[in-house]
Design a protein around this ligand. Structure first.
Ligand code: PEP
Ligand code: MN
Length: 386
């Protein structure tokens, strides 16, 4: 059941999932397309899900799908399954009877609703020494992902705006040197996408980039369309800090509707004074909600949610408390600010963790993850799914 109803009339489309051996050349495919062409007011859109093992073809049916008989299509040769889409997030949504897999693989790293990756790194790239120290620490702690900001959208026009394209070649080369496979990097304009692709090409693709759409750009629809039209780089879309969850999930769907389904959804706290004394009201209770409504892996950003290094009386930093809360609820990715010398950081130093805290942070995350896995097994036993 949809969580909410939108005010506009929504006509549910259908997705016809073809058997894995069927291609556009197969007679079954041609027969099916002929069958569909003879239905009144139905148009089709083909999507190919290219996996490592096989390519799955899906046919989206839009228009007067209410008049179609699902079981009639399901028995046609070459058809694996038919899903009637009952919610707004047609591509990324989790629909009734929808057991399609979650997630994707990028540059050798798998992202799904069952995986967990830590993206610890600098909020903003500053000098090579800090970047290299950070990357070395990540490698020494078995990490293959990081965050590095080159384009920083700032509230104050006089604040440091990021080094931009000038830093990309050396950041990518250093990442490759330390075995980093994926860098989360925010872009705020389509020219940044070109600059990143050019720098990756120039340096011989030593690493990969997950494009980050920040909370200030969640509803920058033109940017979403451009990022959605490219299929090389996956996208981390942050929830808008002052809009509804439904609006942010629709923003993610923009990316998918343009063809890029490799989308991670990021929770980073909401702008409301009720969140005081945190920078934003921590919204990690929505981790399972997003997993229920969509098939996207869910990221948490404890640094931009909490925004400080405040410590609770039990000795733990608020940043670490909320991280554990997100992980124990099943988060799939953690975007977290670290800095080798936070007092010298050009952006967000006061919320950064230090490198000596990295192994401690990772161990704390592992504890929370183990607790999540035990909770899952317990739920399975209770529901007798195993
Ligand atoms: C960031 O991750 O550096 C950032 C600016 O985050 P947000 O868009 O969530 O504020
Ligand atoms: Mn920041």
């Amino acid at each position: 059941m949809p969580l909410y109803r939108s005010s506009y009339e929504f006509i549910p489309p259908m997705i016809v999932i073809l058997q894995s051996h069927i291609t556009e050349q197969s007679p079954e495919y041609r027969g099916l397309m002929e069958f569909l062409a003879n239905r009144p007011n139905i148009s089709t859109r083909i999507h190919k899900e290219i996996g490592t093992q096989q390519t799955l073809t899906e046919i989206y049916l839009v228009g007067d799908t209410a008049a179609l008989d699902k079981s009639e299509i399901e028995v046609l040769p070459g058809v694996e399954r038919v899903v009637r889409v009952s919610e707004e997030y047609r591509i990324l949504g989790r629909h009734h009877d929808d057991t399609r897999p979650t997630g994707f693989e990028y540059n050798g790293v798998r992202f799904g609703q069952d995986t967990l990756h830590v993206f610890a790194g600098l909020c903003a790239v500053d000098v090579p020494e800090h970047v290299e120290t950070m990357l070395r620490a990540l490698r020494d702690n078995g990490q293959v992902c990081t965050r590095m900001g080159a384009y920083k959208p700032r509230t104050n026009p006089y604040s440091f705006q990021g080094h931009g394209k000038a830093c990309l070649p050396w950041v990518f080369e250093l990442a490759g040197k330390y075995g980093i496979k994926v860098i989360a990097m925010e872009i705020t304009h389509d020219s940044h996408l070109d600059e990143i692709n050019e720098a990756l090409r120039m340096t011989g693709n030593p690493t990969g980039v997950m494009l980050q759409i920040g909370t200030r750009n969640t509803q920058n629809f033109e940017l979403l369309k451009i990022v959605g039209r490219q299929h090389q780089l996956p996208v981390l879309l942050k929830r808008g800090f002052g809009i509804t969850l439904e609006e942010s999930l629709n923003a993610a769907e923009y990316l998918a509707s343009e063809g890029n389904r490799n989308v991670v959804f990021g929770l980073r706290g909401m702008k409301t004074n009720m969140g005081d004394p945190h920078r934003n009201f921590v919204d990690f209770a929505h981790v399972p909600v997003v997993k229920r409504l969509t098939r996207m892996p869910v990221c948490i950003d404890p640094s931009h949610s909490v925004g400080s290094r405040e410590r609770a009386p039990d000795g733990m930093l608020d940043v670490m408390h909320v991280t554990a809360q997100g992980v124990i609820a099943g988060a799939n990715m953690i975007l977290v600010d670290f800095h080798p010398a936070p007092h010298k950081a050009l952006v967000d130093g006061p919320q950064a963790l230090t490198l000596d805290e990295l192994p401690y942070f990772l161990e704390d995350v592992a504890l929370a993850r183990a607790a999540y896995e035990k909770r899952r097994a317990l739920a399975d036993r209770f529901l007798k799914r195993k």
